[in-house]
Design a protein around this ligand. Structure first.
Ligand SMILES: Cc1cc2nc3c(=O)[nH]c(=O)nc-3n(C[C@H](O)[C@H](O)[C@H](O)COP(=O)(O)O)c2cc1C
Length: 364
């Protein structure tokens, strides 16, 4: 009996752990190694139609902290632990034409692993809608089991792309219309955590045909400035721009986003992402309603494996399996969403005395 087997958005996963769209899934070579290592699926690095040129410096830094000197920095110091990743990497620089034969080979080599293509185009014109449809059709024809629509990249100058569009319900609807008309595989929509209308955006996406929402992409953020050198921890010619924070530092915030969407739409699917580096984090996402788990920073930090988390996937599957076995559970479905009912409004939490009425309309 495979307790780790998971059916998610109609797809059968040998285990619920998926490498998120990022450097670990940027090439055929890495994806094949990831499947060999045991990952249940991958979401490819986001594929687009527009040429990409990254900044002339490091694209990602790994920030660490320590008990003795508890500041956050990429600087090498003894006895540090991981805090976060920060990146300003753009989408894949490999053109679609090069991706297509690679996707085909990956799917043929590992037919039992789920291959999800992350795609991104612009918005606001028929041409851009055709671009979404073109990317979708091409990836599905190459054998992809599902698509993840990137509506959440935190560092796009273009106002019609990435996180910039995630507040626009009309745009979300129009992209889903174009993609669902083009292909019939499950469509996952990756939204940005950086909006106050996330629950509404997710609702619009589900209603327009999304099978699942993927949460979260990285949180828009800035790298730190060193007080001595006055340099940012990552910069080019002294300049920096908004990038994305990932890893352990975003875990709690990502859980809250997943919980919000999952409580609003308990019958819908959600893929949990943000700060997963072991069983406990994965468990928390499942408890809040996620039926699928994506990992990026923790895999990238495992340098010995070339940044694809060879040991990590063994640990994740081993620890989840042990837990399910120990608790007599047959799959993660039995614990999915168990935390939902215990997330309540502030006023519903017991007080030390009856004195508190603040903001609670019923008792005021
Ligand atoms: C270097 C880097 C590149 C990324 N590129 C993409 C991308 O192309 N498309 C995308 O949807 N997310 C991208 N992400 C976001 C990750 O897929 C993931 O949502 C985020 O890192 C949070 O997960 P984590 O805490 O496990 O890192 C990238 C993240 C990093 C660190």
């Amino acid at each position: 009996m495979n307790r780790l087997a998971t059916r998610f958005t109609g797809l059968d996963f040998v285990n619920p752990f998926v490498l998120a769209s990022a450097p670990p899934t940027e090439s055929k070579r890495k994806i094949l190694r990831a499947f060999e290592a045991g990952w249940g699926g991958v979401v490819t690095k986001t594929i687009g139609l527009h040429p990409v040129e990254n900044v002339a410096g490091p694209k990602t830094i790994y920030q660490r902290t320590s008990e003795t000197k508890p500041y956050v920095s990429r600087m090498k110091r003894p006895d540090t632990v991981s805090h976060s990743s920060w990146n300003w990497e753009l989408i894949s620089d490999q053109p679609l034409e090069q991706w297509l034969p690679d996707l085909e080979e990956i799917k043929t080599t590992y037919p039992d692993r789920m291959l999800i293509a992350s795609i991104m185009a612009g918005a606001g014109s028929e041409e851009e809608m055709n671009n979404w449809a073109k990317l979708a059709k091409a990836c599905v024809n190459a054998g992809c089991d599902a698509l993840e629509l990137n509506m959440s990249c935190p560092h796009m100058d273009r106002k019609d792309m990435g996180a910039n569009i995630a507040n626009d319900e009309e745009i979300i609807r129009s992209i889903l219309k174009a993609v669902t008309a083009a292909v019939s595989v499950p469509i996952w929509v990756k939204l940005t955590p950086s909006t106050s209308s996330l629950v509404e955006a997710a609702g619009v996406a589900y209603a327009a045909g999304a099978s699942s929402i993927s949460l979260c992409n990285t949180f828009p953020s800035l790298p730190l400035l060193d007080p001595e050198t006055l340099k940012f921890e990552v910069e080019v010619d002294g300049l920096v721009t908004s990038g994305g924070l990932g890893g352990l530092a975003i875990l709690h915030q990502a859980l809250q986003r997943v919980s919000d969407v999952s409580r609003a739409y308990p019958d819908k699917s959600i893929s949990g992402i943000g700060g997963i580096r072991g069983f406990r984090e994965a468990f928390n996402f499942i408890a809040h309603g996620a039926g699928n788990l994506q990992v990026c920073t923790a895999a990238m930090e495992e340098k010995g494996s070339g940044g694809i988390g060879v040991n990590l996937i063994q640990e994740l599957t081993g620890d989840l399996n042990d837990y399910l076995e120990r608790k007599g559970l047959s799959s993660i479905e039995e614990i999915r969403g168990i935390a939902r009912d215990r997330i309540v409004e502030h006023a519903q939490v017991r007080r030390k005395s009856e004195a508190y009425n603040g903001g609670y309309a019923q008792s005021a």
